[in-house]
Design a protein around this ligand. Structure first.
Ligand SMILES: NC(=O)c1ccc[n+]([C@@H]2O[C@H](COP(=O)([O-])OP(=O)(O)OC[C@H]3O[C@@H](n4cnc5c(N)ncnc54)[C@H](O)[C@@H]3O)[C@@H](O)[C@H]2O)c1
Ligand SMILES: O=c1ccn([C@@H]2O[C@H](COP(=O)(O)OP(=O)(O)O[C@H]3O[C@H](CO)[C@@H](O)[C@H](O)[C@H]3O)[C@@H](O)[C@H]2O)c(=O)[nH]1
Length: 328
């Protein structure tokens, strides 16, 4: 199959592009390298440095098919940043995605797989979230992803586009063979920041908020290994032949921020320096999925079920790449 992968130079997109290539598919990556890295583009993938706002170039690439499907990872993706620049987030994520959806319809691309998010939900209780839990985004970022899910729904109803929405919970870890990892500039994600603080490469970690309605007062998240996410994309692409689907994608286990700090110390064997800081705006208290639907319908099973194993792959990549992709 020939797949177009937007955002394939980024953290999740590069791991999924690698998995597609390993499954024997042809991959062409579209990325503007705003947060991604040329060195993260897997060997064997073709690459166009292009911004999805550039509709002329985008349509030229889409016209140069046929494409069997598009996987759409490119986005602004930070909850906290979206609270500071809400209209930029809403505009950017909506316009880039609408350009792509419209282009896919125009050039008869049959499958569209979209990186949605747990940030559609704003859970304050401790029940796991199913696909049917109420949508109530806690941030403009989450709202932008919900609007794109709705746009895909209309593209199917009016034009028959088959789509999959995968609502990832927190992507973490790195390729087990060390070929790819997580490198954002600036980094805002808990696990890579905590690893660097433990390694003495950063100041003490700031832990945002200790007064959430959770047992230890810190936020709870469901961490899923990025290679397990990648495998779920392969299974979902196969499934699209029978209809559009929406799945929550996480392991179903919740870890508080304090649990994560402890696991970082276990994996690194070092003391992690940290301080309390005020809440970060836009953060829901608890995001944990009930993974029943994706497990039963796709047979998806995460290979990484222990948080220490997930962190260990990220730790090995950080050790081997102290400057991330810079210099590679
Ligand atoms: N990382 C997570 O935990 C997580 C969780 C839920 C959902 N998601 C979603 O998964 C996707 C990938 O996330 P990530 O963590 O890999 O982010 P990332 O920032 O590492 O990757 C995004 C990629 O998209 C590219 N890009 C951004 N805007 C673009 C544009 N206008 N044109 C072309 N390329 C553009 C960037 O250069 C980057 O390579 C995003 O859509 C994000 O919202 C991520
Ligand atoms: O320096 C830090 C960084 C993070 N956190 C906390 O750690 C938790 C996890 O934060 P982070 O790693 O930034 O991930 P999320 O904000 O949960 O967002 C990620 O996971 C979401 C799905 O749950 C995706 O939609 C987003 O794109 C992705 O960035 C949150 O409580 C943060 O407040 C800290 O306390 N200190």
């Amino acid at each position: 199959m020939r797949y177009l992968v937007t955002g394939g130079a980024g953290f999740v997109g590069s791991h999924v592009a690698l998995a597609l290539i390993e499954h024997g598919h042809h991959v062409t990556i579209l990325d503007n390298l705003s947060t991604g890295h040329r060195a993260a583009i897997p060997t064997g993938a073709q690459f166009h440095e292009v911004d999805l706002l550039d509709t002329n170039r985008l349509n030229t690439i889409l016209a140069n098919g046929p494409w069997d499907g598009v996987l759409h990872f490119a986005a602004l993706s930070l909850v906290g940043a979206s609270m500071a620049t809400p209209y930029h987030y809403l505009r950017q994520n909506m316009l880039t995605s609408l350009n792509l959806i419209e282009g896919c319809v125009r050039y008869n691309v049959p499958r569209f797989l979209f990186s949605s998010t747990a940030a559609l939900f704003n859970n304050q209780g401790n029940t796991p979230l199913s696909e049917d839990s109420p949508i109530n985004p806690g941030s403009p970022y989450g709202e932008s992803k919900f609007l794109i899910e709705r746009a895909l729904n209309w593209a199917e109803r009016i034009h028959g586009l088959r789509y999959g929405c995968l609502r990832y919970f927190n992507a973490a870890g790195a390729d087990a063979k060390g070929r790819l990892g997580e490198d954002h500039q600036p980094e805002t994600h808990l696990i890579p920041l905590a690893l660097d603080s433990a390694l003495g490469r950063r100041p003490p970690l700031k832990l945002f908020g200790n007064d959430y309605p959770t047992p230890d007062g810190t936020c709870i998240r469901d961490y899923v290994h990025v290679s397990d996410l990648a495998e779920a994309h392969i299974l979902t692409l196969n499934r699209l032949d029978t209809g559009s689907v929406t799945y929550n994608l996480g392991t179903g286990q919740g870890f508080s921020n304090l649990n994560i700090l402890k696991a970082i110390e276990t994996v690194t064997g070092r003391e992690l320096p940290w301080d309390w800081a005020p809440r970060r705006e836009g953060d829901p208290a608890i995001l944990v999925t009930d993974p029943t639907r994706i497990r039963t319908e796709l047979g998806w099973q995460p290979r990484y079920t222990k948080i220490e194993d997930i962190i260990e792959t990220a730790f090995r990549w950080r050790l081997a790449h102290p400057n991330g992709y810079r210099g590679l």
